[in-house]
Design a protein. Structure first.
Length: 447
């Protein structure tokens, strides 16, 4: 692989109690180029929510790996996954992040395409003296070979030769259900997408969403503020859902959370939380329990950080956030984030959700900047070294077991592996799942 064999990049020897990855996974531009080809352009990736294009002719744009795309709702109500590149000379026909238009007009020579991607006009065609070869060609926008929806979550693959979306998501579908079932009308993205970049590899973000170990070390100022608020017990400040915990002590009484890992690299880390009025979802607690059962309802109140490999993360902790990871270079990543919320929640609940969201998330929040700064610190230390192996994937190794536990059984969830522990276990073994999926995709691609 590039200048490496796979075993030089990932040292995965479960029988010897060893799992290590090489710094080159973060620092080598050749490895990154192969990732774009085989991970992002070689299989299913998340592209957006159906709710981002509700009305006919609504569209939004994005990327699958290096390839620009449009997701567009056509006149007939269908969602279309299209390549955002003009058949004439390749210009993107849509440049805005989102909008509504019956016609995408290319900025270069004005070829135009309707909301289903069909070519509607080629400027000055009749006088253009085209040959028969040109007439035989299809002038529509190319379609993304595979495009699918699961409960409002849209995924697409440039590679036609992939398992069905249902198979790809597998058991992790049940965790998307815990998001989608928060309202009978499904979920929506609260208006106001945030885009930012950090100067580090995309896998820093991939891992950090599942990294409990950093919380007290990286975010002490946030925790101190929560503690001060709790002491003052003022009603006019944002009460965080995390505010009741003692973050510094080891919990002595039984498990407080854990991790699940699934096929294809999807993972969840979670923490036990009560059905608490601090969560805006509380107003629906009874209705949800009646509709889908108490166990699933209780799980919705647990702290949950879900990653659908490789680029979707849904964090339900201090508030509820949907994140999309877009790798740009081996040392540059773009994030797009939204507050995700059940449709039809009360104005009061929505207000609380947004206040909790602002408190914790985004470049203006009290947590995100801490994280992106340490990603960049790590990236600096990823340069090629005599000792290439990172030591960041060993916590929880002896606690990790095959299959699930009593908490997964509650909701009929069947993970490949799980860890159940106290607050200080801070399992890192769920990252193995990312790198095993990574290795499989890279190997299949190279083969
Ligand atoms: S590149 Fe689109 S019309 Fe020429
Ligand atoms: Fe963090």
């Amino acid at each position: 692989m590039s200048a490496y064999r796979l075993s030089e990049l990932i040292d995965d020897r479960p029988a010897d109690g060893v799992f290590r990855i090489n710094r080159a996974l973060f620092s080598d531009p050749d490895v990154f180029a192969l990732e774009q080809q085989y991970i992002f352009e070689g299989g299913w990736v998340f592209v957006g929510m159906a709710s981002q294009a509700l009305q006919p002719h609504d569209y939004f744009t994005g990327f699958i790996g290096r390839v620009p795309i449009i997701v567009s709702r056509s006149e007939d109500g269908a969602l279309n996954g299209l390549i955002n590149a003009c058949p004439h000379k390749g210009a993107r026909v849509a440049q805005q992040l989102s909008g509504n238009t019956r016609l995408h007009v290319c900025p270069y020579h004005s070829w135009s395409f309707d909301s289903s991607g069909a070519n509607r006009n080629i400027k000055w065609r009749s006088g253009g003296c085209y040959g028969a070869g040109f007439d035989r060609e299809n002038h529509d926008l190319a379609r993304i070979p595979r495009f699918g929806e699961y409960r409002g979550f849209l995924f697409a693959s440039l590679n036609p030769d992939v398992p069905s979306l249902e198979d790809y998501l597998g058991e992790a579908r049940k965790l998307l259900d815990l998001v989608a079932d928060q309202s009978t009308e499904g979920v929506e993205l609260v208006p106001g997408a945030v885009r930012f970049t950090f100067a580090a590899n995309w896998k820093m973000q991939l891992e950090n969403c599942s990294d409990q170990y950093h919380f007290t070390s990286t975010h002490p100022s946030y925790i101190r503020i929560l503690e001060a608020r709790a002491r003052e017990q003022k009603n006019d400040v944002v009460q965080s859902t995390l505010g009741g915990s003692d973050f510094w002590k080891e919990d002595a009484e039984g498990p407080t959370g854990g991790t699940f890992s699934f096929e294809h690299g999807h993972v969840l880390n979670w923490g036990l939380m009560a059905v608490t009025p601090a969560l805006p979802l509380y107003e629906r607690a009874d209705e949800i329990a009646e509709r889908i059962g108490t166990a699933r309802r209780n799980w919705m109140f647990n702290m949950r950080n879900l990653t659908i490999f490789p680029n979707l993360q849904i964090a339900e902790n201090a508030s509820s956030q949907l994140r999309v990871i877009r790798p740009i270079a081996h040392n540059l990543t773009e994030m797009q984030t939204w507050c995700i919320a059940p449709r039809g929640e009360s104005a009061e609940a929505r207000r609380t959700r947004i206040r909790q969201y602002e408190d914790f998330f985004n470049p203006t929040g009290m947590a995100t900047p801490d994280d992106t700064v340490v990603y960049e610190e790590c990236q600096m230390g990823m340069a090629r070294q005599e000792r290439p192996w990172l030591q960041g994937h060993a916590r929880g190794l002896t606690a990790s077991v095959e299959g699930g536990n009593a908490y997964s059984e509650m909701i009929g969830l069947n993970p490949q592996r799980s860890v159940l522990g106290q607050a200080q276990t801070c399992d890192e073994s769920l990252f193995h799942s990312y790198y095993r999926a990574w290795a499989t995709r890279m190997q299949d691609g190279l083969a």
